[in-house]
Design a protein around this ligand. Structure first.
Ligand code: UDP
Length: 321
């Protein structure tokens, strides 16, 4: 039986992963460490399972007398709006969190880390294989996130080189779906919330910049397959995402088509906004045979929109809402 710690478990992605973790019959104990910076208690409020314990603490200072078989380190904001507001805290969560949590791992234990496609920066190669070293400005406005993910990868791969640590690093491409915060600020959720509330969907720049949009259920299935697979023959980082690249404008137009009365407004581009992003999934196809992010953006956005519609209606009808 396995004891597992997950940092950032109250977040959008973390809470979905917890739902999958609790289906594991070999799970003895699951400790969630979250400081509720971007995570929300209500993301895990539906869970009633005696194996789950919650510690409301920073990943970088959490102290445990218990040593874990597996640690999954997700604690970090992922929205540019949030990480740019508190860059030092973002760096602490990623690097400090990894350094600290490593000491809570049993010898030979497994350390899983959610890195990001941001390690590729504004890529000059498309699609991006894991071997692409990226085009990142270490002094740019996104660097607290990009560079702390890169540095954490460096830490983990070096640790693996000098010890028997079992590390699993995924590079996640844009992920969206239910349980994103209403004020998260990333494109899909923002467009939906804007369309449902003010009716004005803000596209930064002309919207020709592209991303590869992965629906959360597909992405979590990829994580589950990679993180819990035993034994593993893949030692490097693994791209996980949807490889269908779509422009921001097309996403905004589709959201507007679902919400009558909503319209697009163009705003100045974000500084150093990457122009494109698309995973090369050759490694994922080999390591996770049969897995693919199969939900197209139209279906995924419809599902996400229905969820947000309910959330917004519930908030509006709540006392004081
Ligand atoms: N974006 C936008 N309007 C918004 C939020 C995002 O035009 O309200 C654009 C943003 O400029 C970027 C893309 O959507 O080009 C994806 O942004 P997001 O914050 O979702 O993720 P990231 O930039 O980290 O890929």
């Amino acid at each position: 039986m396995r004891s597992v710690l997950i940092s950032g478990g109250c977040g959008f992605l973390g809470s979905h992963l917890i739902d999958r973790l609790l289906l594991r019959t070999d799970l003895e104990r699951l400790v969630v460490v979250d400081n509720l910076w971007t995570g929300l208690l209500r993301n895990i409020a539906h869970i009633d399972d005696p194996r789950l314990g919650l510690e409301i603490q920073d990943a970088e200072s959490f102290v445990s007398r218990h040593r874990f078989d597996e640690i999954i380190h997700l604690a970090s904001p992922a929205s540019p709006v949030w990480y740019m507001r508190e860059p030092a805290r973002t760096i602490r969560a990623n690097i400090g969190g990894a350094l600290n949590l490593l000491s809570a791992l049993k010898p030979g234990g497994r350390f899983c880390f959610a890195s990001t496609s941001e390690v590729y920066g504004d890529p000059l190669v498309s699609p991006q294989p894991e071997s692409y070293r990226g085009s990142v400005d270490c002094t740019g406005p996104r660097s607290s996130y990009d560079e702390s993910k890169r540095c954490t990868e460096a830490l983990l791969f070096e640790q693996q080189r000098v010890s028997d640590l079992d590390i699993r690093v995924v590079r996640l491409f844009n992920t969206y779906g239910p349980r994103t915060r209403i004020d998260d600020g990333r494109a899909v959720s923002n467009f939906i919330c804007q369309a449902l509330t003010t009716g004005i969907v803000t596209v930064h720049g002309n919207g020709s910049q592209s991303r590869s949009w992965g629906y959360v259920d597909d992405i979590v299935t990829g994580l589950e397959r990679f993180f819990w697979r035993d034994p593993i023959d893949h030692r490097g980082p693994l791209n996980i995402g949807n490889n269908c690249e779509i422009s921001v404008l097309e996403i905004a137009e589709f959201v507007c088509s679902l919400v009558p009365g909503s319209r697009i407004e163009h705003h100045p581009p974000f500084p150093q906004d990457p122009t494109n992003r698309c995973p090369d999934l050759t490694s994922a196809e080999r390591v996770l045979p049969g897995w693919e992010a199969k939900t197209g953006y139209r279906d995924g956005i419809r599902l996400t929109l229905e969820w947000f519609r309910e959330q917004i209606a519930t908030t509006a009808s709540a006392p004081g809402g």
